[in-house]
Design a binder for this molecule. Structure first.
Ligand code: CA
Ligand code: CA
Length: 177
């Protein structure tokens, strides 16, 4: 009796742990309420915290890409991952000005050395492209399976080099399926 009760409670605890790990958002500051904390902008200010870009709460990210030879670049934290893992992202986005399908969110896998495995050159790109009508918030999502040699995963919010666009992002959710 004692053993079976213990076994049952272990199974219950294990199931709970599985449920939590499957649905817990990996991202800290997923809605930019703490400004740029836990996000890294590498685009000389094209991606900025903005109150106007809030879908929920007080802040969102506004991408103001006003150049035709470079794009915006905002990275999430990196998380450990391995070949075969499937990661899922969802987010809200709105095109403020400019063409549709000119900005998106990538799931990027990297190896132990920090080398990007998901590139145009390797033929592996996972991107959720923002396609919605101008001025309307829509939710997008994407999942992607980690290729061989994966050690880390991260998100990349990027507007296309060759276009100019203004777009807002908020409420990211990122977890392993
Ligand atoms: Ca927010
Ligand atoms: Ca551009």
């Amino acid at each position: 009796m004692f053993i079976s009760k213990l076994t049952l409670s272990l199974i219950a605890a294990f199931s709970l742990a599985l449920t939590l790990s499957a649905e817990t958002n990996l991202l800290q500051n997923p809605g930019f309420e703490d400004g740029m904390s836990f996000w890294t902008e590498k685009d000389d200010g094209l991606s900025k915290i903005s109150k106007e870009a809030a879908y929920a709460g007080k802040n969102g990210i506004r991408v103001t890409d006003n150049t035709k030879d470079t794009g915006s670049s905002l990275y999430s934290q990196e998380f450990p991952a391995k070949q075969g893992d499937e990661f899922y992202v969802s987010f809200w986005a709105s095109i403020v000005d400019g063409p549709r399908e000119s900005v998106g969110v990538y799931i990027q896998y990297l190896d132990d050395y920090g080398t990007l495995l998901t590139t145009r050159e390797t033929g592996l790109t996972f991107v959720a492209v923002v396609k919605g009508t101008i001025g309307s918030w829509e939710q997008y999502d994407l999942s992607a399976i980690a290729p061989e040699n994966t050690a880390f995963v991260r998100l990349w919010v990027h507007s296309w080099n060759a276009v100019e666009v203004v777009a807002d992002f908020d409420e990211f959710e990122f977890y392993q399926k």
